[in-house]
Design a binder for this molecule. Sequence first.
Ligand code: 5GP
Ligand code: MN
Ligand code: MN
Length: 332
Amino acid sequence: ADWAAAVAAVRALPADGRVLLICHVNPDGDALGSMLGCALGLRRMGLRQLQATFPGPPGVAEPFRGLPGLDLLVPAADAWTDPDLVLCFDAASVSRIGDLADRLDRAGEVVVLDHHASNTRFGRIHLVDPFAAATSVVVEGLLDRLDVPLDREIAECLYVALTTDTGSFRFAMTTPAVHEMAARMLATGLRPEEISRRVFDTRPFGAVRLYGDVLGRAELEPEAAGGLGLVWTYATLDDLARHGQPAYVLEALIDSVRCTAEADVSCVLKQVAESEWAVSMRSKGPVDVSRVAVALGGGGHRLAAGFTGRGSANDIIAAIRTELDRVLAEPE
Ligand code: 5GP
Ligand code: MN
Ligand code: MN
């Protein structure tokens, strides 16, 4: 990682230098937490002109409405077109920042902070660590090198990011260093039970009923591809409308589906338009689902990946079976 160049780029800014922070579309806890935690750190350094943004509709989903630093968010359309510095968070490729990609060409300097192995090395200065459990690990490394002391607000943002991407310290990336980072965040006095309840464990009753419908139609294919078990389900726009729910309530659906003991791979298809679906995939290890996702136009990590699929739900599952077969037959 190019720490020296990133530190120099931040230190070179005057107090009124304009810093635009960008995270990926449909931001999750790591994208928002990393971006806002970094923004609050820069504010502590005395930088006054800060904007945080992401492509697509403005506003964050209910679970993230308690995050510190939300006052720094601006709609993508209002983001400076020629900032002095752009910082980009948790995006493996420019496609993940949509219409905001043009800001990279016109910025004085661009630092990319990320942890995807598939990062395409867009931008100029790269703080990309594929061994980091979350982008917030990279953010903590940068703030530390900038001598920004952690405060409770910065820590809350980075903690939300860390718990999101490690599945609350359950996933493979949960190293001793991850717990050491969590300890530093907890030492600022944050309340883990309040944060977890707000971010992970609160959903409207309508969403509980919606999960009932969607989980009730899950399919198990014990030998879907190469002897691997596949479990999958889908949620339509009509499901959301019938239960009066916004799309974000489906983000955690994959966590209920991937519990299936008989399945090595799990998929959830979330309808976003007539024949367009946001697809989430998880693997228990025997196959790298990011290779499936990349083949189908998306990306992600070995055990958690996704893509946008077109056609019917059955078309997309058929395409996934085909790619699973191919990936299993080809050496890594
Ligand atoms: P989730 O299933 O939680 O939405 O996404 C899991 C991971 O897959 C994310 O961390 C992200 O890296 C990747 N991912 C999900 N959807 C997409 C997509 O449409 N395009 C790309 N490139 N990656 C995605
Ligand atoms: Mn993310
Ligand atoms: Mn991440």
